[in-house]
Design a protein around this ligand. Structure first.
Ligand SMILES: Cc1cc2nc3c(=O)[nH]c(=O)nc-3n(C[C@H](O)[C@H](O)[C@H](O)COP(=O)(O)OP(=O)(O)OC[C@H]3O[C@@H](n4cnc5c(N)ncnc54)[C@H](O)[C@@H]3O)c2cc1C
Length: 463
């Protein structure tokens, strides 16, 4: 018997007063974003009793619309590949990076790397994408409770007591064997346990909205995310999330933001777009369809990603500046890995930190491995080399492997990556390669306009 949302109706009835001693569910999941839905879904498909609490009612807006190729593996594992394909989201084969004046373009096509199993992924309007994954979790047997906010989590030797507020404002508790915190940047557990580690070097600000009337390319490059570099180490994203809409945002390092004149966020987004010829060219006939939104200081890690009876999934554990679109991929992969670890722990009767040591280590490594790329992107040395007209195909392939989401590449790929980072550090201090054009203000050059909006030839570097 299922309710109208596909949940098993009346299967689980939770206590409204004192907590029962025996767990009513194997796992309680906090948050129904991609990380929470994936963890809950994978556990339910393994036959575990799972309840998921989500404070909002879906569909709801969320930023984070460009996926990486590595998410295909997760969709397969939770049986969601056909569902996602049926949504007909814009297909994404890679990313196109442009200099501020639009004179240099670098296509990072995920297919250049033989280590990328399925190079095509998606650009997703998150309201719809997150809703599809949450419904899939419900249909897989998860007890999904929307508009239920988790207020607190208390651990004891025999289980976890989760305190929840219902839509009617009533407070009740649930006893679980373990808890997955997938509450996003709210980070309920990380804050409670004092686990957050800030990233002052990535204290950036993002200002963004959705627009119609932004031109896109033809063919395989039509679904690329376009990243336009700014002279002040900031950058823009252009993500085609539907046939009509383009998600457009600027990310500014704190120092660059402080150097700009004070103005409203709407004006600041327009000002920065107008300042950057390649971006201005794309926005020539654009119309804003959504309010302008702002996110700031969004990067952080955690001292630990798992402990006795708890695991942190996705943004609830760590979050990286979005330049390489790693957020949803990390959320999905950590969701599936948390579920595997919990499934094994429930099987063996060991839900201690020791049982989750591998998850903890891998989550830290995943974060550090992407963090290396993100930190490097905010240096001139990295950008100079990345935009070189004829990059070495071996080095380029190695970089693209990680940009596609494959953070554990072969030893050879890792060696090429290390070589690239080394050269970028040298270029930063003693420039040996040509510098990328620095354009801050001024009129839009005609060649920049042409380059930024015209269909492009395939320019994969050759070996
Ligand atoms: C400016 C910007 C641009 C980005 N661009 C990209 C991109 O292009 N590609 C990409 O992959 N990533 C991007 N990201 C990152 C991406 O948004 C996140 O990494 C991703 O959403 C993480 O998923 P999650 O499931 O961990 O958390 P979320 O998607 O945030 O989900 C967490 C859920 O938990 C719920 N919740 C919170 N507190 C509670 C509570 N107490 N009780 C119950 N429920 C609760 C929330 O309502 C929410 O639905 C971007 C982020 C920013 C800030």
């Amino acid at each position: 018997m299922f309710d109208r949302r596909g949940n098993p109706a009346g299967l689980l009835r939770y206590t409204s007063g004192m907590a029962a001693r025996e767990p009513e569910v194997d796992v309680a999941v906090i948050g129904g974003g991609p990380g929470g839905s994936t963890a809950a879904c994978r556990l339910a498909r393994a036959g575990r009793r799972v309840v998921l609490f989500e404070r909002d009612r879906f569909p709801r807006f969320h930023i984070g619309e460009s996926l990486l190729a590595s998410v295909n593996d997760v969709f397969d594992e939770i049986g969601a590949s056909d569902l996602v394909r049926a949504c007909r989201f814009p297909p994404k084969w890679g990313a196109t990076f442009l200099t501020a004046d639009g004179s240099i373009e670098r296509f990072a096509d995920f297919a250049v790397s033989p280590e990328v199993r399925a190079p095509q992924t998606w650009q997703v309007p998150r309201a719809e994408f997150d809703d599809v994954l949450l419904r899939h979790a419900g249909a897989s047997g998860v007890d999904v409770r929307e508009e239920h906010r988790v207020l607190d989590v208390v651990f004891d030797p025999s289980g976890v007591t989760v305190t929840v507020r219902s839509p009617a404002g009533e407070t009740f508790t649930v006893r679980a064997g373990a808890v997955v915190d997938a509450s996003g940047r709210v980070g309920l557990l990380a804050r409670k346990l004092g686990l957050r580690v800030d990233e002052p070097r990535l204290a950036n600000i993002a200002i963004f909205s959705h627009y119609s009337g932004v031109p896109r390319r033809d063919g395989r490059r039509a679904g690329d995310i376009r990243i336009v570099a700014r002279h002040d180490l900031g950058w823009f994203w252009f993500i085609p999330i539907s046939d009509e809409l383009m998600s457009v945002g600027v990310v500014l390092p704190r120092a660059a933001f402080d150097a700009l004149p004070r103005m409203s966020h709407e004006a600041l987004l327009e000002h920065t777009l107008a300042q950057t010829p390649a971006a201005a060219a794309l926005m020539h006939a654009a119309r804003r369809e959504w309010p302008v939104r702002v996110e700031k200081d969004f990067s952080f890690g955690a001292r630990a990603y798992a402990g006795d009876r708890w695991l942190l999934v996705g943004d609830a554990g760590s979050f990286l500046d979005p330049v390489f679109s790693t957020g949803v991929a990390i959320a999905l992969e950590s969701g599936v890995e948390a579920a595997r670890a919990l499934d094994r722990g429930l099987e063996s009767g060991d839900l201690s930190a020791r049982a989750f040591a591998t998850f903890n280590r891998r989550q830290r490594q995943r974060y550090l491995s992407f963090r290396r790329f993100v930190l490097a992107f905010y240096t001139r040395g990295f950008r100079d080399l990345f935009f070189q007209p004829r990059p070495s195909a071996l080095v380029f392939r190695a970089v693209v492997t990680s940009l596609a989401g494959y953070w554990e590449p072969s030893a050879a790929t890792r060696a090429w990556q290390t070589f690239f980072f080394l050269l970028a550090r040298v270029q930063e201090r003693i420039p040996f390669a040509s510098r990328i054009p620095e354009v801050g203000t001024g009129r839009v050059a005609q060649d920049a306009v042409t380059s930024a909006v015209s269909p492009s030839p395939s320019t994969l570097p050759r070996a």
